[in-house]
Design a protein around this ligand. Structure first.
Ligand SMILES: Cc1cc2nc3c(=O)[nH]c(=O)nc-3n(C[C@H](O)[C@H](O)[C@H](O)COP(=O)(O)OP(=O)(O)OC[C@H]3O[C@@H](n4cnc5c(N)ncnc54)[C@H](O)[C@@H]3O)c2cc1C
Length: 400
């Protein structure tokens, strides 16, 4: 008898878990449900527009639906269009892989002022997420807080010339926005010492290769061969990008042309005049689901009458780990789930979703994907449809 498994969230965690489940149990009924009309979560809306190699993983994920028998149920938000309790009654197991959709706040005075922009908000707007707010004005001197790979991604895009964005899928609106920002300096703040910065050396090396950038490092790592020191030595462009380590933000206050950021440094307090502050310090749950309660419930194990609950990806781990970790964890979760779950033939599984209004399937995504690729400008690999009504159009025209 085959298990019926619903995975909520079709980002990397959901897809890798589905892949591993169907590899171990090809007869299982595995359904990926997403609030968006398109699959793949942060691969589409987080991974940088100019890192198409990384985004290539979607070809592997496509095979879930074209070869492995998984089904996609898009435009279906659990907790809104269908309750989690209903879903758990319909399936033998439910995996929550809904990611973390909100920005972690700095937790200092003034962190909610206009001009303070979270990395999730900014990248969603840059990558044309249908629920994104508009792109903000950054002004001549944005300050980026955080030295992880997301901070470096944002920095790289801000520093690139239009020619250096060739081959990406950055849309015309965000491209024009980038060109119009008139940035004259970027400061990057890290609380830790340079040696403890979380960025990967490969990302920093790429930064050093940009034509416009001039990396300067305050309180650098002692080793001249360290990635950022090497990038600084190699970069000689007109745009100063100043990394300041061991620098802790204390307060933010408004000033006529932006924000006054008070920081603590090894030399004492200092004030930085920023035109905007981009926080890239991590992500948090958007509050739509009770994450703490659901993590505890999944940990507690089986509940009579309901499909067993599991959690995966960033929803489970918090905002750490990249695609390889999602893959590894997905494999471990699939093995555990299949060992623990006893299929119940009375559960309807995907039949429960059949009549829900507005739900879209994988063919719908295939049409959008083909359309976006066909419409790409010569220097782009895709022209993303940005609005929800545009993303739903293939399904609407099918049903007309
Ligand atoms: C800006 C950025 C850049 C990154 N770049 C890289 C990179 O270059 N390389 C790399 O390896 N990793 C990168 N990462 C990390 C990688 O994206 C994460 O490890 C991975 O996406 C986590 O996967 P996930 O499935 O847990 O979450 P997500 O990818 O966020 O997927 C969650 C999915 O759940 C859906 N969802 C949410 N709520 C509901 C609901 N109630 N009902 C139904 N569906 C719902 C969402 O629409 C989404 O599709 C990056 C992360 C960020 C933020």
């Amino acid at each position: 008898m085959s298990a019926k498994i619903a995975i909520v969230g079709s980002g990397p965690a959901g897809c890798y878990t589905a892949q591993a489940l169907l590899k171990r149990a090809p007869e299982a009924e595995v359904d990926l449900i997403d609030a968006l009309p398109v699959p793949y979560g942060l691969v589409r809306y987080g991974v940088a527009a100019d890192h198409q190699g990384t985004k290539g993983v979607t070809r592997q994920f496509d095979r879930l639906f074209t070869r492995q028998g998984a089904r996609f149920f898009g435009n279906l938000r659990i907790g809104q269009d269908l309750s989690l309790a209903d879903l758990r009654q319909a399936y033998d197991a439910v995996v929550l892989a809904t990611g973390l959709g909100a920005d972690l706040r700095l937790g200092i005075e003034g962190d909610d002022l206009p001009g303070v922009i979270g990395a999730a908000r900014l990248t969603r707007a840059l990558y044309e997420h249908p629920d994104a707010a508009g792109l903000p004005d950054l002004g001549a001197h944005p300050v980026v807080i955080g030295t992880g790979n997301v901070a470096i991604d944002i920095l790289r895009l801000l520093a690139k010339t239009p020619a250096e964005l060739h081959g990406s899928d950055l849309g015309p609106g965000p491209t024009a926005w980038l060109a119009g920002q008139g940035i004259r300096q970027i400061t990057v703040l890290g609380r830790s010492a340079a040696e403890a910065a979380r960025f990967s050396p490969v990302m920093v090396k790429e930064l050093g290769e940009l034509s416009r950038i001039d990396i300067q490092v305050q309180n650098p790592a002692a080793d001249p061969e360290e990635a950022l020191n090497r990038a600084a030595a190699a970069s000689h462009g007109p745009l100063p990008v100043v990394f300041r380590f061991a620098t802790r933000p204390l307060t933010l206050a408004p000033r006529p042309e932006g924000l006054a950021l008070t920081v603590e440094t090894p030399e004492g307090r200092d004030q930085i005049a920023a035109t905007s502050v981009i926080t890239a310090i991590g992500f948090d749950c958007d509050g739509a689901l009770d994450r703490a309660g659901l993590l505890a419930e999944a940990e507690a194990g089986a509940v009579s009458g309901q499909g067993r609950l599991y959690t995966a990806g960033w929803f489970r781990t918090g905002p750490t780990g990249a695609l390889p970790q999602c893959r590894e964890e997905g494999q471990a979760l699939a093995a555990r789930l299949l060992a623990e779950v006893t299929p119940d033939p009375a559960r309807p599984g995907r039949a429960r979703l059949a009549d829900l209004p507005g739900v879209v399937d994988f063919d719908h995504w295939a049409q959008i994907d083909a359309h976006e690729r066909a419409e790409a400008a010569p220097d782009r690999c895709r022209r993303k449809l940005a609005r929800r009504d545009e993303l739903l159009r293939p399904a609407l025209s099918q049903n007309a």
